[in-house]
Design a protein around this ligand. Structure first.
Ligand code: HEM
Length: 137
């Protein structure tokens, strides 16, 4: 069980690295004015999303389900955690649709918008870690 938990944490860190960095790329992409710069961001965003974030998400979810169902964890903390995980999954797919907007040069949102949106998953991660470690209920 400890091995699964260790890999669960490793996969989660991989996923969160992308969740935090991709909207930061959107900030700079929204500010870019030259086509060469924009095209470079497109490649970076696609590779980060498909090569790191999506595998990280899938492996986090599989290892989390294995811990949950395989070892019989239960409690209010787990239910709330699963709701928060669902918001992270929604955020992940929103990032995917935003990549498609940028790919066709159709982004109309400002860099300030992406700066604010970039902070939201930080709050969710803090709540999840407190829930799984402290288990307040
Ligand atoms: C389907 C999704 C997930 C399920 C079912 C799940 C389930 C679990 C379970 C049952 C544990 C063991 C808790 C314990 O040992 O007391 C655990 C540990 C942990 N999970 Fe998840 N998890 C999921 C996704 C995530 C996500 C998305 C994150 C972070 C963003 C996360 C962060 C952690 C952390 C940090 C631990 C280690 C807690 C400790 O030190 O014991 N999990 N998870």
């Amino acid at each position: 069980m400890l091995w699964i938990k260790a890999f669960h944490i490793i996969f989660m860190v991989t996923w969160m690295a992308g969740i935090f960095y991709l909207p930061r790329l959107f900030v700079y992409h929204a500010m870019a004015e030259d086509q060469v710069g924009k095209d470079r961001f497109k490649v970076m965003e696609r590779k980060l999303f498909l090569g790191i974030m999506t595998p990280g998400m899938i492996l986090t979810l599989i290892s989390g389900m294995y811990l949950w169902l395989g070892y019989g964890f239960s409690g209010g903390w787990l239910h709330l955690k699963l709701i928060l995980v669902a918001t992270l999954i929604a955020y992940h797919f929103w990032c995917g649709t935003t990549i498609r907007l940028f790919r066709t040069d159709n982004n109309s949102r400002s860099h300030k918008f992406y700066r604010v949106v970039n902070e939201l998953p930080v709050l969710v991660l803090v709540a999840i870690v407190i829930l799984v470690v402290v288990k307040p209920f």
